[in-house]
Design a protein around this ligand. Structure first.
Ligand code: TGC
Ligand code: FAD
Length: 392
């Protein structure tokens, strides 16, 4: 088994901008990852299984709902702390970060923001510890980039709603206790509903055959005349803006997380370049390898600066959807490029599971697609700067 020798890289002394609390959160999460996850990640990835036993540990390090107020079981931390946590998790594996960011931003966030007080008290404390897990159903078989076209719907049936339709590509669905599901009412208006495992007509078949994000469980959500109690409707907001605002939070976490995957690839490549000798000297002494490493740390550093500033704006409640979108797109694209360069620096060894590179690279192919594809994010920036929507 490979020892996790990772150490952070901070070329522009960004640590000076962090508080002592931020650094403590990072060190705690990093130590937990090295002890609990690094020794088992390759095996779970290979077998395409999710390590269910780690869920309480994720809760203990504050990875579930870090910015949710303490009165609801969250850690009451700021947005930079949330970002740091997502970065440390994705440094290990994007699937691990996915599990935590879906729980935080796509399940706890909408319940906190749009739920009733009863819903907050019922679900949030258990979601914060990992005793209860959730998933987020927006994407449908025929509506991915265009969720506004969804056909999943519910009808008023007196003392309950009747929910019909299907969602696909849903992270955590195979084991989630609850699903935050977005569906249209009889007027065609989108609302969020909390659907609980065990409700008759609700099933969550697992999606198999993924060659990316293999240590994260993905599945469908199928609703066949599911009777949803009326008190399970999220009362606080309706319309497509409600799920899209949750995506803002999740994309923000991904912007930080992707830097973690890039850092792990760079860290491994730098070490390998110093140790591996060819033609009588370390390959890191050759100009071509130095160029690769220099470009990698330059792009990582630019992403770190962009993301830290975004974190400040988010803390102040000033980060826009378009700013978050830009950071998600830039950082995931950057991480993919870093992973590809790191793979080459490792030569043949780079294709094996002795090193984390291929796993990160394959994972990032999902990350570049989910939470809005790279193209969709380009069009969000395009819309923001020109005032013209390419989607209409
Ligand atoms: P558009 O007309 O722009 O907006 C519809 C309504 O929503 C409002 N709105 C927002 N409100 C709050 N926050 C936001 N971020 C908002 N963005 C838009 C908007 O003002 C409008 O309101 P109203 O009152 O006028 O109706 O919507 P559109 O249909 O043109 O679509 C825009 C587009 C394409 C950008 C959007 O649909 C989009 O982002 N598509 C990508 C879909 C996507 O990202 N899906 C992700 C699914 S979840 C997932 O992938 C989880 S992966 C697991 C993990 O995270 O680890
Ligand atoms: P499509 O929308 O069909 O896009 C296909 C291609 O067409 C892409 O290249 C896209 O960029 C391009 N395209 C589409 N529209 C345009 C346009 N207007 N202009 C230019 N190009 C365009 N969803 C959830 O709701 N919850 C989850 O938990 C979740 N987890 C996921 C986990 C994994 C592993 C994956 C792979 C996906 C997950 N998703 C989830 C779904 C994800 O959000 C969608 O896959 C994504 O939004 C893209 O939708 P699609 O796959 O249907 O692709």
């Amino acid at each position: 088994m490979r020892t996790d020798q990772y150490q952070g890289h901070d070329y522009y002394l960004m640590d000076e901008l962090l508080s002592e609390e931020h650094k403590l959160i990072r060190e705690t999460a990093r130590a937990w990852v090295k002890k609990e996850m690094s020794p088992i990640i390759e095996e779970h990835y290979e077998k395409a299984t999710f390590p269910m036993h780690i869920l309480p540990g994720l809760g203990e390090i504050g990875a579930f709902g870090p910015y949710i107020p303490e009165e609801y079981g969250g850690a009451g931390l700021d947005q930079i702390s949330y970002g740091i946590l997502m970065q440390e998790l994705e440094r290990c594996d994007s699937g691990l970060r996915s599990t935590a960011s879906v729980q935080s931003s796509l399940v706890m966030f909408p319940i906190w923001k749009y739920g009733s007080e009863e819903q907050r008290k019922k679900y949030l404390p258990k979601l914060a510890t990992g005793e209860m897990m959730g998933c987020f159903g927006l994407t449908e078989p025929d509506h991915g980039s265009n969720p506004g076209g969804m056909i999943t719907n519910y009808k008023d049936a007196g003392d309950h709603y009747l929910l019909n339709g299907a969602k696909m590509w849903i992270s955590n669905s195979p084991f989630a206790h609850i699903a935050v599901v977005w569906a249209k009412n009889e007027e065609g208006r989108i609302h969020g509903l909390i659907v609980e495992r065990g409700m008759e007509g609700f099933s969550t078949p697992e999606t198999h055959g993924k060659l990316s994000l293999r240590a994260s469980a993905t599945g469908e959500l199928v609703f066949d005349n599911v009777k949803v109690p009326k008190e399970n409707l999220l009362p606080g907001r309706s319309g497509l803006g409600a799920p899209l605002s949750c995506l803002d939070s999740a994309r923000y976490g991904i912007a930080w997380g992707a830097i973690g995957a890039a850092l792990d690839c760079y860290d491994s490549a730098l070490r390998y370049a110093r140790e591996r000798k060819q033609f009588g000297k370390p390959i890191g002494a050759f100009q071509l390898q130095q160029k690769k490493l220099a470009e990698m740390i330059t792009e990582i550093t630019k992403a770190q600066l962009l993301t830290f500033r975004l974190g400040q704006l988010k803390n102040e409640g000033r980060a826009t959807t378009a700013q978050i979108s830009m950071a998600k797109r830039n950082n995931v694209d950057m991480a993919l490029k870093v992973a590809r360069e790191a793979r080459q620096i490792h030569g043949g060894m780079g294709i094996t599971n002795e090193y984390p590179i291929m796993r990160h690279m394959a994972n990032l192919e999902s990350v570049v697609t989910y939470e809005g594809t790279h193209d969709i994010h380009l069009l969000i920036t395009g819309m923001d700067i020109t005032g013209e929507s390419a989607f209409k």
